[in-house]
Design a protein around this ligand. Structure first.
Ligand code: B12
Length: 147
């Protein structure tokens, strides 16, 4: 059985490293194969890593408020690179200012993200969603029970 692979990283010029380490730890312990690119990751680096590792999900963090700018175009680049159906998740402090989360979520969904998380979302929530989304796509893996 294939263990799902997640490509994880903090996009753009963002150097916030702590959450990224926590996400790596939690997803690894949950049984996923985690490819952690760390901080300051470009869209191209996410995509190359996803292709190289045949990843199931690209999991983007953005903490410094430039999420919209940094994430725009990622889905199109995935399509161009031949991995158009890959799951795209994003979380962190995605914008600066007063936009409500439903507005922020709408923007990122329109950009092609499958899951969008508000600030401070627990990684466990993403694990629940991953199981659901990977199940929907016919994966027969249950994170935490397979290695
Ligand atoms: C430490 C810190 C820094 C350090 C980072 C050191 C390092 N290398 O990590 C330094 C001093 C470098 C820094 C710099 C800046 N920072 Co700063 N920083 C913080 C601070 C205080 C803590 C961040 C942290 O470690 N949190 C703890 C971790 C565990 O939480 P987390 O990062 O949020 O991650 C968790 C969740 O968000 C979630 N999550 C994250 N990504 C994803 C993705 C998915 C898919 C899912 C499901 C969940 C998920 O899971 C993670 C683990 O639990 C926060 C304020 C705060 N209290 O959060 C500001 C904060 C993030 N910084 C901020 C800003 C503005 C900056 C600067 C732009 C400031 C400046 N003008 O220079 C720069 C940007 C530098 C850069 N290029 O990135 C703002 C961002 C504002 C916004 N987005 O609206 C914040 C929120 C402070 C504030 N209230 O204004 N910062």
């Amino acid at each position: 059985m294939k263990v799902p692979t997640l490509v994880l990283g903090v996009i753009g010029m963002d150097v916030h490293a702590v959450g990224n380490k926590i996400l790596e730890y939690v997803f690894t312990n949950a049984g996923f194969n985690v490819v952690n690119l760390g901080v300051m990751v470009s869209q191209e680096e996410f995509i190359s890593a996803a292709i190289e590792t045949a990843a199931d999900v690209i999991m983007v963090s953005s903490l410094y408020g430039h999420g919209v700018l940094d994430c725009r175009g990622l889905r199109s680049k995935c399509i161009e690179a031949g991995i158009g159906r890959i799951l795209l998740y994003v979380g962190g402090n995605l914008v600066v200012g007063k936009a409500s989360f439903p507005e922020v979520e709408k923007v990122f969904k329109e950009m092609g993200f499958d899951r969008v998380y508000p600030p401070g979302t627990s990684p466990e929530q993403a694990i629940v969603d991953l199981k659901k989304d990977l199940g929907l796509r016919g994966e027969d893996f249950h994170a935490g029970t397979e290695k």
